[in-house]
Design a binder for this molecule. Structure first.
Ligand code: PLP
Length: 407
């Protein structure tokens, strides 16, 4: 962690609240630039990055400075984009189910982004809305399934594209494909890209139109548990795509990979105890605030920093031998609320010390179950590039959402 990050974390926990997320916007920008430069250099500017805002909607206005498109997967996410003045031409309106009244509202307002098509029914509804409102220029992106409930099988995709082409109601932007998150096997990704090329060739020969845009979510793997610069996987995917860049422009969807590293989840030590021989540290947060993919009962450890009351990062000891082991647990009423198991502390921790869970920028502030046990929801803060703090959400109580008749 940098001195600036530690100082800000100290300031937020002094002035605002004890459990919170901090997103370092400068770090996010720098990481984006690293990735985009690699794409531009190696793929000759034929690939863009699409931010899947489900990973962290709070980053949306900041990502807007950088990314070309946003993958927006619900009415709520769309409204966030409108609230934050995201230009609609940057929106790819996705979602396995799209409410008719919502799509109708969006199209009546002259939506000029892209809408994905995930089923024949969805296509029919969108076509009817286009017809009723005499909208003839909507860009659609039929989604090819990977065998689950999302998208359409190959034959259905081809038939939808044929109908869309013949009807004249739509512009066919290309095709979309996403098969899952945290994908490690490059052979799988290679097979997917090959298959997309084959499907595009089929569309060309059967319908006579050239598909030259592929929106692809490779499920970029982010390693939470080992020291990594995360670039080997990214580079390997670039190499897989590289032979196809004369033929297609690629839009690469990413949520976790773009957002994870800029985020810190911070919680303070509120109590310490020893039960028989086991040492416990209690923090006022817990697993309802932080979520690392592939984590079981605190076993595999993400990067964690221990900040003492003088705001020193005392994570690593000088000789590494004189460590004491503690289980770090949260304050939920469940034995699974274990944040760290037998974690080695090199300086004896005290009540009031701060624990910082790194790489918590994606899928924590939205996906973790904040309503469980009616605890307070953590505050959310942006560390701005000029060094200032911006409060994105105040810490707020959740109990009133868990009882009848309250807002
Ligand atoms: C269609 C689509 N694209 C992109 C993503 C983002 O995936 P990741 O966070 O692994 O990049 C998701 C995640 O569910 C998705 O459903």
């Amino acid at each position: 962690m940098t001195e600036k990050q530690i100082a800000m974390i100290g300031r937020i926990s002094r002035e605002y609240c004890k459990s919170f997320y901090m997103f370092d916007i400068e770090k996010m920008y720098e990481w984006y630039d690293v990735l985009k430069n690699r794409l531009d250099t190696k793929l000759n500017k034929r690939a863009s990055l699409v931010y899947a805002i489900k990973a962290n909607p709070f980053l949306t206005p900041y990502m807007n400075e950088k990314v070309d498109y946003f993958e927006v997967c619900s009415e709520g996410e769309y409204r966030i984009c409108m609230e934050r003045d995201i230009p609609t031409e940057k929106i790819v309106l996705s979602g396995v189910y799209k409410k008719e009244s919502f799509i109708s509202e969006v199209m009546k307002k002259g939506f000029n982004g892209i809408i994905t098509i995930e089923s024949k029914t969805q296509y029919r509804i969108i076509k009817e809305i286009a017809d009723t409102n005499s909208v003839h220029s909507i860009r659609i992106l039929p989604r090819l399934t990977s065998g689950n409930q999302f998208g359409m099988d190959e034959d259905t995709t081809v038939s939808v594209i044929k109908d869309a082409f013949e009807s004249g109601y739509f512009k066919i932007a290309g095709i979309q494909y996403f098969s899952g998150t945290q994908k490690k096997k490059m052979s799988v990704i290679e097979g997917e890209v090959k298959n997309l090329d084959r499907v595009c060739n089929r569309i060309s020969s059967e319908i006579g139109i050239k598909i030259d845009y592929i929106e692809y979510g490779p499920g970029f793997f982010f390693d939470y548990y080992n020291d990594s610069d995360h670039l080997d996987v990214f580079d390997a995917i670039i190499d897989i795509i590289s032979p196809y860049i004369e033929k297609y422009e690629f839009a690469l969807e990413s949520g976790r990979f773009l957002a994870a590293s800029c985020g810190f989840y911070v919680s303070s030590i509120v109590e310490m105890k020893t039960n028989d021989t086991r040492n416990f540290i209690l923090v006022d947060g817990g697993i309802h605030h932080v979520n690392y993919y592939g984590r079981m009962l605190g076993m595999n450890e993400p990067k964690v920093c221990h900040i003492d009351s003088s705001l020193n990062d005392v994570t690593a000891g000088s000789n590494g031998n004189d460590a004491t082991e503690y289980d770090v647990v949260g304050s939920l009423c469940t034995v699974s609320d274990v944040l760290l198991k037998k974690h080695r502390f090199y300086k004896v921790p005290s009540v009031g010390d701060i624990l910082v869970f790194c790489d918590a920028g994606a899928y924590s502030c939205t996906e973790a179950g904040v309503l469980f046990l009616s605890h307070e929801m953590p505050g959310i803060y942006a560390l701005m590039p000029d060094g200032d703090i911006k409060e994105l959400r105040q810490p707020s109580q959740s109990w009133s959402l868990n009882t009848e008749g309250m807002e």
